[in-house]
Design a binder for this molecule. Structure first.
Ligand code: HEM
Ligand code: NAG
Length: 322
């Protein structure tokens, strides 16, 4: 009797230990650096506050950098690696070249974090915190960011070219690109709400403003004024993704999309085709519902295949492996 109870207890303890061990391998936690780098959150916050004060768009640029990190090999800071004779990075992939920005802001925050806690905090976690702070500094929500990611020693330009959705994508292609990262169609719509801040280049919206028919006519005409129909000198001209409030993280993006003011073809795909219209309309009516779902989806996106435990490394310089 006593020995049967003991063996049951042992089995239960073993099961608990097993669950803990499995959890420890993959589980991120907001408390990860509480003991090893207590000043981390305030260093990232003040670095982002300075950057956003100098140029509000930077809050948007850093948010996009995090998305482009997580969708390529997971949230492992692969996007931050420079090209070198021994490594082809992701910075010159189609969706990133002449477009992604904010690398210097992450470098500056990283050097302050290294001064306070050398060799402790990954570039991948700094980027996750900086993206959260960028959103919040532009009047968006805030949340506790799960931490404990480590940095990759490799990058993949090919994966950056194939995994990042294009602005010419259909709704079905967007749903499938997100599904392949474990994100559902509600996450897709919630995360697309990031296009309530920041800008796009003429090269990204040219075919939309010249060739799409589901676009407000006056809006299209106005955008055509800064974007010639042929590739060339105007390729880099910028327009706000949400002209209502380009540096305010609100639900203006969805109010635009339901009125055919989406700047990218992919934006307008979220309303009018049927597939995700209901969610888009809900967020256009209810900004608080969007903010809640955005936070949930950001945490999910931040959980895409992180390196944890003894995988990867804590990079000393975000631009190169140790
Ligand atoms: C749904 C699929 C998506 C597509 C097709 C897409 C595509 C694009 C494109 C083409 C641009 C303009 C780039 C340029 O012209 O230089 C852009 C900008 C931006 N994207 Fe996305 N994006 C998507 C999802 C997301 C997600 C999930 C986020 C973040 C959670 C995000 C955040 C941003 C931000 C903040 C900007 C403005 C960046 C700046 O001003 O520097 N995007 N996106
Ligand atoms: C519009 O569509 C036509 C026909 O497909 C194409 O030849 C043209 O290059 C497109 N224009 C733009 C600006 O995308």
């Amino acid at each position: 009797m006593a020995s049967a109870v003991m063996s049951l207890r042992r089995a239960a303890a073993a099961a608990v230990a097993c669950v803990l061990a499995l959890g420890a391998a993959a589980q991120l936690t907001p408390m990860f650096y509480d003991g090893s780098c207590p000043s981390l959150q305030s260093i990232v916050r003040s670095g982002m506050a300075a950057a956003v004060q100098q140029e509000p768009r930077m809050g948007a640029s850093i948010l996009r950098l995090f998305f482009h990190d997580c969708f390529v090999q997971g949230c492992d800071a692969s996007v931050l690696l420079d090209d070198s004779p021994t490594l082809t990075g992701e910075k010159n992939a189609g969706p990133n070249a002449n477009s992604l920005r904010g690398y210097e802001v992450i470098d500056s925050i990283k050097s302050q974090v290294e001064a306070a806690c050398p060799g402790v905090v990954s570039c991948a976690d700094i980027l996750a915190l900086a993206a959260r702070d960028g959103v919040n500094l532009l009047s968006g929500p805030t949340w506790a960011v799960p931490l404990g990611r480590r940095d990759t020693r490799t990058a993949s330009q090919a994966a950056a070219n194939s995994n990042l959705p294009s602005p010419s994508s259909s709704a079905a292609a967007l749903v499938s690109a997100f599904a392949s990262k474990g994100l559902d169609s509600r996450d897709l719509v919630a995360l697309s709400g990031a296009h309530t801040v920041g800008s796009a280049r003429c090269a990204s919206f040219r075919s939309r403003v010249y060739n799409d028919s589901n676009i407000n006519a006056g809006f299209a005409a106005k955008r055509r004024q800064i974007c010639q129909p042929q590739a060339g000198a105007t390729d880099g001209n910028l327009a706000p993704l949400d002209a209502l409030s380009p540096v305010r993280f609100d639900n203006g993006y969805f109010r635009n999309v339901v009125s055919q003011f989406g700047l990218l073809h992919s934006d307008q795909e979220l309303f009018g085709g049927g597939q995700v219209d209901g969610v888009t309309a809900q967020y256009a009516r209810n900004g608080a519902a969007h903010a809640r779902d955005f936070v949930t989806a950001m945490i999910k996106m931040g959980n895409i295949s992180p390196l944890t435990g003894s995988s990867g490394e804590i990079r000393a310089n975000c631009r190169k492996p140790n």
